[in-house]
Write a protein that binds this ligand. Structure first.
Ligand code: AMP
Length: 116
């Protein structure tokens, strides 16, 4: 079911997560398998399986995710050193949870990225 992913269960508080931010539009929690010293996922509460499935009417929501990540990085003192935001889309993009989400990675110099 598109609206019953792992992240929907976290949104509904059916499974635990280390939540760092929440508002009417999204929830943000620490990734369980961090790929950087700071690795937080920003997940919309509306069901959007992938970036590819996002609609023009959801443009504001996608912008909110990006701005919330930037605000979190600023609040945590990470902005000046810098950070990376990533959205994986579908199989080749490495997406494993099919509720769209934005990764915030920070806290150390990050390597270049591309094909493994
Ligand atoms: P993606 O591969 O882009 O779909 O990202 C999914 C992310 O969810 C991965 O980085 C996982 O480590 C992370 N993840 C999986 N299960 C959990 C969980 N229970 N709590 C927090 N993060 C999780």
């Amino acid at each position: 079911m598109a609206d019953d992913t792992l992240f929907h269960k976290i949104i509904r508080r059916e499974i635990p997560a280390d939540v760092v931010y929440e508002d009417d539009h999204m929830i943000a929690f620490r990734d369980i398998a961090p790929q950087a010293p700071v690795h937080v996922l920003f997940v919309p509460k509306d069901t959007i399986p992938t970036l590819d499935a996002a609609q023009p009417s959801q443009a504001e929501l996608i912008g909110r995710l990006a701005l919330a990540a930037a605000e979190y990085a600023r609040q945590q003192g990470l902005a000046e050193d810098g950070y990376r935001v990533v959205m994986n889309c579908n199989d080749h993009g490495g997406q494993t949870v099919y509720q769209m989400h934005l990764h915030l990675l920070a806290g150390a110099p990050l390597g270049r990225f591309g094909a493994a």
